[in-house]
Design a protein around this ligand. Sequence first.
Ligand code: PRP
Length: 182
Amino acid sequence: MIPETPSVLIPEKEIRHRVGELARQVSADYDKAEELLLVGVLRGCFIFLADLSRLLTVPRRIDFMALAAYGQNAATSGAVRLIMDLRTNIAGKHVLIVEDIVDTGNTLEYLLDILLPRKPATLKTCVLLRKRERLEKDVKIDYLGFDIPDLWVVGYGLDYADRHRALPYIGVVENEGKGISR
Ligand code: PRP
């Protein structure tokens, strides 16, 4: 059984504080840029992107990509497929990828591999959560919210079997999370 109420790993207040810090940092760094294009990676990014984008003080546009891991297993298989591409032509634009979590790094590596050849002016990454222990790929994260332990985390956009995405905090799915990760 999935517990109805996951235990709290990062409280709502701490997320709000950290997202505010990230927004200030991003706003300062892109102060001179004409415009920033935020690229949200669906589905997990939707709450982080909504909060971050509203706190930025620089001109910005928003577009989305949807990706999924191949296979039905909860454990990440490594292969990633593109479900929905950007509508925007990113050539010459300042692009910031917004991700909820980097686990193995496969998804972010795949994204960078397909976006870089499109010749953006700059391409950076903003990630709320990273699991250092699980990293397989040496992907560069320019803005990071939190390093977290290797637990199955849910809430603030992240799911377990499509549940718990709307929790206001980052929680941990206790028993079912053992032996699987994301
Ligand atoms: C999650 C997350 C990242 C990816 C990270 O997506 O949103 O995109 O896993 O894992 P990786 O670093 O091992 O590649 P998920 O496949 O759970 O889809 P979702 O965002 O639609 O929930």
